[in-house]
Design a protein around this ligand. Structure first.
Ligand SMILES: [Zn+2]
Length: 309
């Protein structure tokens, strides 16, 4: 049995994965704030899974953890997980001795990409584009994550596509994240509300010119990210995930309109059939936790394999 945890800013999603890749138990709990509380949340989540009848007498071989922030490849150390109140944390070293099994830590978007590929059950290459507070992507080819030389493959949120665009938190102008990231869009909208991106879409539907511009920029940024993923790695499919995708077909329609507009101007882009290659991850799918379980299996010296879920 392999356990996988997705430690998010508000909640932690944990799954137990059987050797055939199916999920046999799932637990969700609130994530604590700060390094000590994050460690406690992880230990509590593992205890919750172990208490599940489906895991009675099961042999737990590994624990994989997906978490926001920068992860030194192979180190188990998390840095700059600002949404969790963690500046630096040697996470594997903190939890592995208590759990008594191999622990592997990976960036949450990379874990979600691997899990999404497993849930789709398809052997083709896949780009995963996470649309949350920030924008990041990851690529799965031949059932394995493409991490890059320093683990930074897929950080396309800070690709500038508009030199005259809004200033990004990274210091550049017109980054994909500055146009399409939930945090940047909320800041530009500047009105209170629990669901600011939904508010922007609602106001745009009602004809508010500021909201229309923000929605257009958001779709423009997502469309650019999709083009980058297909043109760089020729991934068969781009799967959209993250909080903004709860807008579902409203988001997909705006993005498709941008992709269609560029296809009308370019026979080359038309030939890529981008609209048909975009999917939205089903809301609530445990992609990141499942991907973390697959990555945890690597810790025991077994290469992660995308299996039919
Ligand atoms: Zn940037």
């Amino acid at each position: 049995m392999r356990l996988g945890l997705d430690v998010g800013g508000t909640k932690t999603d944990a799954v137990a994965m059987a050797p055939n890749g199916t999920i046999v138990a799932r637990a969700r709990l609130a994530t604590g704030w700060g390094a000590d509380a994050v460690v406690r949340t992880i230990l509590d989540a593992v205890a919750a899974l172990r208490a599940d009848p489906a895991l009675a007498a099961a042999d737990i071989r590994s624990v994989g953890i997906g978490i926001p922030g920068r992860i030194e490849p192979g180190s188990g150390r998390v840095e700059h997980a600002v949404n969790l109140g963690v500046e630096t944390l040697d996470l594997a070293a903190a939890v592995a001795p208590v759990l008594g099994v191999a622990v592997r830590v990976e960036n949450d978007v990379k874990a979600a990409a691997l899990g999404a590929a497993s849930l789709r059950g398809a052997a083709q290459s896949m780009g995963y584009l996470n649309l949350g507070t920030g924008i990041a992507a990851a690529i799965v080819t031949d059932g394995a994550l493409w991490r890059g030389a320093r683990g930074g493959a897929g950080e396309i949120g800070h690709l500038s596509i508009d030199p005259a665009g809004p200033v990004c938190r990274c210091g550049q102008r017109g980054c994909i994240e500055a146009l399409a990231g939930g945090g940047a869009v909320s800041a530009r909208w500047g009105k209170p509300g629990a669901l600011p991106i939904r508010d922007v879409f609602d106001a745009a539907d009602a004809g508010d010119p500021v909201a229309v511009r923000l929605r257009t920029d958001l779709a423009r940024g997502v469309a650019a990210a999709i083009r980058v993923l297909v043109l760089t790695a020729d991934v068969d499919t781009v799967v959209l995930g993250g909080g903004i995708t709860t807008l579902g077909t409203r988001l997909q329609g705006e993005v498709a309109a941008h992709l269609d507009a560029s296809a009308r101007e370019s026979a080359f882009l038309r030939s890529l059939q981008l609209v048909a290659r975009v999917e939205i991850l089903p809301v609530g799918a445990p992609a990141a936790a499942l991907g973390a379980a697959l990555i945890g299996a690597e810790a025991a010296g077994e290469r992660e394999v995308v299996s039919r879920g």
